[in-house]
Unconditional design. Structure first.
Length: 169
């Protein structure tokens, strides 16, 4: 397994769909692009920016439930790509030992960001699908990325206004 970090969530200009970018921590620092849904993209961005919401979002609720039941998220592993769909697993440590729960990669990442759990991609998957991407400097990223919640919600609304049903086929 290869440990990865979330680089960010971007919108693919060709499809106008959100893409989660996961980059391996060690060289050659390949990036795995994973197309995700808009609600998941928003949930990941909110957590990645450390923004507070007035009420818990779904992933915050899941984090709280795991903790109340005496567990903790050990790690998230993106395991394979089958038929154009990525698969992932969450490993939760609980009193009786580790529990493996199948999940969408975006949900696993949204939860991992909230808990600080490490994220991994299977070696075979990163070998097959990982790409080396030119790095964007922090200054360039800051210039194009909104930081206040109203701007993020505005961008999200713009995105929702622009999508069509055929974008999901």
């Amino acid at each position: 397994m290869v440990e990865v970090e979330l680089v960010g969530v971007k919108v693919d200009v060709r499809t106008n769909s959100p893409v989660m970018l996961l980059r391996e921590l060690e060289s050659p620092k390949r990036t795995l692009p994973v197309f995700i849904g808009s609600p998941e993209a928003s949930a990941i961005e909110i957590a990645a920016r450390g923004l507070e919401t007035p009420r818990p979002l779904t992933h915050d609720l899941l984090k709280d439930v795991i903790e109340v039941l005496g567990g903790s998220l050990l790690r998230v592993v993106i395991t394979e790509l089958k038929g154009g769909t990525f698969y992932a697993e969450m490993e939760i440590i609980q009193g009786r030992g580790p529990i493996i729960v199948s999940c969408r990669p975006s949900d696993g990442v949204a939860l991992a960001i909230r808990t600080g759990a490490p994220m991994f991609v299977s070696e075979e998957l990163i070998d097959a699908e990982g790409v080396v991407v030119d790095e964007v400097t922090d200054d360039e990223e800051q210039d194009s990325t909104p930081t206040n919640p109203e701007e993020i919600v505005g961008e999200f609304r713009d995105f929702l206004d622009s999508i069509k049903p055929e974008d999901f086929s």
